[in-house]
Design a binder for this molecule. Structure first.
Ligand SMILES: Nc1ncnc2c1ncn2[C@@H]1O[C@H](COP(=O)(O)OP(=O)(O)OP(=O)(O)O)[C@@H](O)[C@H]1O
Ligand SMILES: [Mg+2]
Length: 330
């Protein structure tokens, strides 16, 4: 049963991905429950949600790897249910588990993928060299993949899914398990893909990753998109900037509190243990200057003072009532 009336065409548009009312059940477990998404061309779009929210299910349906039970999806201009082969020719997919072969070198892996995609030998070889350059793997090209770092492996995975220069690339948690350096390497590889015109749909549990990479973010919970906006706008939903003051001595907290309260848009929060006072402010720079000067005039030792925007984690908590790391129960 489809919630979209038969025969009503999906709007033809510049969207790289459109999904309407996707339904997916595993037995009596509903994994997708009316999932909607519209991804404009040429950007990184983040799909953000906790374990079990339905991210992989959604991405696998849109990449034609899984059949849907209801709704419709169009990717790179073609319907995933009725034209899966056309969709497949236009997309790349990097899953949660790596696809490259440990025994082979990076270059051998990419040549092999080229041949698997029916490129001629000459084309497979030149495409491999091109991708090694693009993903900054030329120096490691002839080393066995077993010698690669985590970040290098993921970049090779990305390169392998780019063999046919897809219009749309699906990345399912591309940086899970990587150290910060590996994450940065993958992030810059993703940025260069988008600069080259690819649309990227990226799933992540990391709020800072969505913040770093994605122009827009859909927040998914219990198989449904519950918010869809730019990272900045999502953060604005829970109020503006926060001023944060950390004192050297906790005995000064009662003196500093009214100083912060005077510039705050709402009652400050006090964290005794960490000697920290936090409050939302409207005029961020004026507030910061005023608090810093007053505390100095009063001779109160300040360990740290600054302004910060709310994190996406706080946004998620506000939207869903639970934290991103908590398993969703049915
Ligand atoms: N093959 C399957 N059989 C039964 N249930 C499944 C299957 N695959 C996923 N599910 C269930 O469907 C729901 C959505 O799973 P999915 O893998 O899409 O979530 P996810 O957001 O990708 O989670 P994670 O962050 O852990 O990768 C979960 O409750 C999961 O247990
Ligand atoms: Mg998943």
């Amino acid at each position: 049963m489809s919630p979209v009336p038969e025969g009503s065409p999906l709007p033809t548009s510049t969207h790289a991905i459109r999904a309407e009312g996707l339904l997916k059940r595993y037995g009596d477990k509903t994994a997708l429950d009316g999932f909607d998404l519209a991804v404009p061309q040429g950007m990184v779009y983040g799909l953000l949600g906790p374990n079990g929210a339905g991210k992989t299910t959604a991405v696998r349906i849109m990449a034609t790897l899984l059949r849907l039970d209801g709704g419709r999806a169009e990717v790179a201009g073609h319907d995933v249910a009725t034209e899966p082969r056309k969709v497949r020719r236009r997309i790349g997919f990097t899953g949660q588990a790596p696809a490259v072969d440990e025994i082979l070198t990076g270059r051998q892996n990419l040549r092999m993928f080229g041949r698997l995609f029916h490129l001629s030998q000459a084309l497979a070889y030149s495409r491999a060299d091109e991708l090694l350059r693009q993903f900054d793997l030329t120096d490691a090209a002839d080393k066995g993949v077993k010698e690669y770092s985590g970040g290098m492996r993921r970049r090779l995975d990305l390169a392998a899914s780019m063999i046919l220069a897809p219009k749309v690339l699906f990345l399912d948690e591309p940086t899970t398990g990587l150290d910060p350096r590996g994450r940065n390497e993958v992030w810059s590889a993703v940025r260069s893909l988008v600069a080259g015109g690819t649309t990227v749909l990226l799933t992540t549990q990391y709020l800072d990753e969505a913040d770093q990479l994605a122009e827009r973010v859909a927040v998914i919970d219990h198989g449904k998109v519950i918010a869809d906006d730019s990272p900045v706008a999502l953060k604005q939903r829970i109020g503006g900037d926060q001023i944060e003051v950390v004192l050297q001595e906790s005995v000064d907290l009662p003196v500093a509190l009214p100083v912060v309260a005077k510039v705050a848009a709402a009652a400050p929060e006090v964290d005794d243990e960490n000697r920290r006072i936090t409050a939302p402010v409207e005029h961020r720079v004026a507030a910061l200057t005023e608090v810093a000067r007053t505390l100095q005039d009063e001779g109160i030792g300040v360990e740290d003072i600054g302004l910060r925007r709310p994190t996406l984690d706080e946004v998620f908590l506000r939207l869903t009532g639970h934290r991103t790391g908590e398993e969703v129960s049915a």
